[in-house]
Design a protein. Structure first.
Length: 576
């Protein structure tokens, strides 16, 4: 009996075409992470802002942003609706009551990403001081921005089930098309009965898995649309995430229908040789589904490596379908690899699947390494973040899968000849494939968890130069700290002074001194002579004076326009 295969270039051409489409697709983002705000977190203003705005790392789905501002008594001071910038869809804002007074204010925000459909939320604080610089209180926390990243269990379940369903549908179809049918090309009569029944079982499994994948797309759509206020669902259909899910739903149903029709088509003796080409549209739909999934994945946010990251992600998904979907197919069809099925047919299928799985392993591991480097970034990101731990867990599960696959290849090599050896090989492989498939399902569930989490390399909050202003004795002074105070350390302090009346540069300040006193400290201010004046600019370079967390009272003393001393008051909170 001869074993026939479709040309290997067919798979290569299909995969190359899919990857080529990535090069012309626009990059997306990961989760909508906090980048910056006005007022900035832990900023202390001596005048009331008129609005609060938040900037996140990616486009926001219209209708979903929330933004509330409350004072220390819990009274809301935000007014009007939350508005999304028409020119910058990553920025949303809310107006504040006119003339709000000195207090500590808590800002709480939430959004739904237009790129991946995942919710993000967080909170931060700012303060308005009294006109003389005195503080109305202290911040509730001395830490960085509170970024809530709870992983909804439903999201994890849907993502994991979606990966499993796609792998079984696409991988099972590829095994059927490229291995099962070519192996039975020359079978006739009674010898065709077992392979034909196995073909029906494989097509039924792949079709049901494709239906399940479409069902997951529906569930994710419903969950996403539930985040929109009533009557605003129409705006959802402009988001990348919703459009991708609609595409997954349509293509998943199309794939299921095509496979179902192929299963119902009769297979008389000799018809196997006519069937592989029937699956080309289904294979094309499978590659399109990979592209749609990649479009809303973390890899699409790695714009600095475009299109390497999404290409690696596409290869990763393709390899998982070959490997794990192929395992599920072999497990489903194992009964038709035993007698009375001809041993030559069973050997051809198993030998082909061995190469099939080896290719899948190589693709999964190599693309996974690339994605790990791009999405984790550093060793600390791998061992010091939850995202990195999940990746390590995936890697740990892959090790026994690879070991089982290697053992299966060894078993198959021993069964190259003879019907008894083939029967024994099928019996041994059944148990190993069952265990390997279970591990593969666990890996795909962890993959579902990963896509609901922030990558370790996700954008971090933007820390611009810390800026405050104060007015005293006819002088207006802008105070700057660089870098942004994130903890005790070494900082650069600058003051630029102007006339308070017309805000032109004031050059008559003479020598200036900056003093530092931490609230709750030893009660002794630390004075430091500033370098300058350089025109209207004073500076202290690389001073370690902010050596403890807490709120620091800072005073800048210089000569005012009338020749009398002027003291400009500022306050800076140093997080722990």
């Amino acid at each position: 009996m001869r074993s026939h295969r479709l040309p290997g270039s067919l798979l290569v051409l299909a995969l190359a075409s899919a990857l080529a489409l990535l090069a012309v697709a626009p990059p997306a983002s990961a989760h909508a992470d906090f980048i910056s705000s006005t007022p900035a977190p832990f900023a202390i203003w001596n005048q009331a802002p008129t609005y609060v705005s938040v900037t996140v790392s990616e486009a926001v789905e219209p209708g979903t942003p929330t933004l509330t501002v409350v004072n220390r008594n819990g009274t809301r001071v935000d007014v009007g609706p939350v508005t999304l910038s028409p020119t910058h869809p990553t920025v949303f804002s809310v107006s504040l009551e006119s003339g709000i007074g000195p207090s500590v204010y808590t800002v709480t925000w939430s959004v739904v990403s237009a790129d991946d459909g995942h919710p993000s939320a967080g909170s931060f604080y700012f303060m308005i001081s009294y006109p003389d610089g005195a503080l109305p209180g202290v911040f509730p926390v001395t830490g960085t921005i509170s970024q809530e990243q709870a992983v909804p269990p439903l999201d994890v379940a849907l993502e994991g089930i979606g990966f499993i369903a796609f792998s079984v549908a696409f991988g099972g179809m590829l095994l059927t098309m490229l291995l099962w049918i070519p192996a039975g090309w020359d079978l006739e009569g009674e010898a065709l009965a077992g392979p034909r029944d196995g073909l029906q079982a494989l097509l039924r499994m792949s079709s049901l898995a494709a239906f399940a994948f479409a069902g997951v797309a529906v569930a994710r759509l419903v969950e996403n649309l539930a985040a929109y206020p009533a009557g605003t669902w129409g705006v959802a259909f402009g988001s990348t995430f919703v459009l991708s899910l609609l595409g997954q739903l349509v293509l998943g149903l199309a794939l299921a229908v095509l496979l179902g029709q192929a299963r119902r088509r009769p297979s008389p003796a000799g018809a196997f040789r006519e069937r592989p080409w029937e699956f080309l549209p289904a294979m094309f739909f499978g590659f399109l589904l990979i592209l749609l999934e990649v479009a809303i994945s973390h890899s699409a946010s790695a714009s600095g490596w475009w299109p390497l990251a999404p290409a690696a992600d596409a290869v990763h998904l393709y390899g998982a379908a070959l490997w794990i979907g192929g395992l599920a197919a072999v497990l489903r069809a194992r009964r038709w690899l035993r007698e009375p099925t001809p041993p030559d047919f069973a050997r051809a299928v198993l030998r082909g699947f061995s190469r099939f799985a080896l290719l899948g392993v190589l693709l999964v591991v190599s693309a996974g390494v690339v994605l790990g480097v791009l999405l984790v970034g550093t060793v600390n990101g791998l061992v010091g973040t939850t995202y990195g731990w999940v990746i390590l867990a995936k890697g740990a599960l892959l090790v026994p899968m690879v070991a089982l696959g290697a053992w299966n290849r060894r078993t198959l090599r021993r069964a190259e000849t003879g019907a008894p050896a083939t029967r024994e090989a099928v019996r041994r492989l059944a148990a190993n494939v069952r265990a390997e498939t279970a591990l593969g399902v666990a890996v795909l569930l962890l993959a579902g968890l990963l896509v609901t989490m922030n990558p370790a390399s996700a954008p971090q909050p933007l820390n611009p130069t810390f800026t405050l202003d104060a007015t005293a004795g006819g002088v207006f002074g802008i105070f700057l700290v660089n870098p942004w105070p994130t903890g005790p350390g070494v900082y650069v302090f600058q003051v630029v002074v102007y006339y308070a009346g017309n805000e032109t540069a004031f050059y008559g300040g003479g020598n200036a001194t900056m003093s530092f006193l931490r609230e709750g400290g030893n009660g002794t201010a630390v004075p430091i002579v500033m370098e300058g004046p350089h025109g209207n600019h004073y500076v202290i370079l690389n001073s370690p004076v902010l050596d403890a967390s807490g709120t620091w009272d800072i005073r800048v003393a210089l000569r005012g326009p009338a020749g009398t001393p002027v003291v400009l008051p500022y306050s800076v909170t140093v997080p722990a």
